[in-house]
Design a protein around this ligand. Sequence first.
Ligand SMILES: [Zn+2]
Length: 462
Amino acid sequence: MKCVANVLVSFIVLLAPAAHAQSTSTATPRPTADEHIQNLIGSISEKRLQSIVAKLAAFGTRGTLSDTNSPTRGIGAARQWIFDELKRSSPKLQVSFDTYQIAPQGRIPHLVELRNVIALLPGRTDRRIYITGHYDSVNLGPGVSASLASAAPGARAPDLQHLEAIYANADAPGADDDASGIALTMEMARVFANSGINFDATLVFACWAGEEQGLIGSSVHAQKLAADKTIVEAMLSNDIVGGIRGGDGIVDAATVRVYSVGPDDSMSRSLARNTKCSAGVYLPSHRVRLMAREDRFGRGSDHSSFTTQGYPAIVFRESRENLARQHSADDKPDGVNAAYLAQNARVNAAVAASLALAPPAPKVTDDRGRPLIGRDPSGYDASLRWLASPGAVAYRVFWRDAWSSDWQHNEIVGNVNHFVLPDVSIDDFVFGVAAIGSDGHQSLISAYVSPERHMPPVKLAN
Ligand SMILES: [Zn+2]
């Protein structure tokens, strides 16, 4: 079916107020792009992305255990530059160091101070949308990533990141991994803050530390968000998003991969589908390839810190990686294609701006997490309930065959919180609902997910 998620909805006829549960409108949705978002996307600068990657690589290393005192080399100089540059981008950005003292553990041999660099663009509400990358880099020695990648599946390799002496201050330009993601994040901060758009959601542009040591900076940040009960609608991780030529020589500058953790109707998967749809509307020349898995084999990134805390998150990955360059002194700016990186930035902008202008996704579960779905009134109908989403003027109900991965049917209903599809079995279809705001922007789709069954162990008589 045509992509209907997260595009501007024009109402051709007025939505009928819901007089009863089955009231629906005959409005025909017409997906169009929002010119404000188009302008925002148009202001992304390829040149600026390129110069940020070059600047970050020029710090020599941004290793987590590297020098913090030099003004020109090491992680201390790099994070201060990111901080200053974000501040310079716009007075609307609230820029801060998000600082933690990390005890020795795993790949952290001694107490280390980690600083995420955060730029916050306040919206009308506190709910947050994150655009992120990681600014730390690592050098495990030439070709190490490639040899680990070509090792037999399941082969156990020593964890080279324990060998502090080898890599703490060795050259680790980390141009693609992940100055590309940081350049994207910093450029997003600049164009969103200068867009003149009054967003409903608060945008957070986060440059994570300690990713290479085990997602540490993003983990401690997400833990704090969850403890503070902060609402995060979406988190976009950009990690290795600038290269077009794989180590096998194959070139792809026209697609990007998006990984998201299941189950199939998790909010992370909903965010992934939404991303593909937004890209289709605003950037049809760049194809989003959805991957129904958390990440590549044996690899990870900061999105997992957020999904662990129950927040929707995805990671962008270039389509063709050069594994021989990663985590070595060869990860240099010549491996980053600014035009391609700009396309990936535009996809980020399209999805984040659309969601930040839409109402929050409707809640489709009760206080105990049970889905608000039933078979009433006949016992053979699909009866869907949801909680009102602030700012919504209408809702859109989606359904699809239970063995299909893409939504097949949808209907815009009025400003109601209950909708019945007569004679449609809730056991044969997956259902979801999205909120639509007054300017036509649509939220993520919340799906009705069957809770896991917990089977108590059977006791045997002795
Ligand atoms: Zn990375």
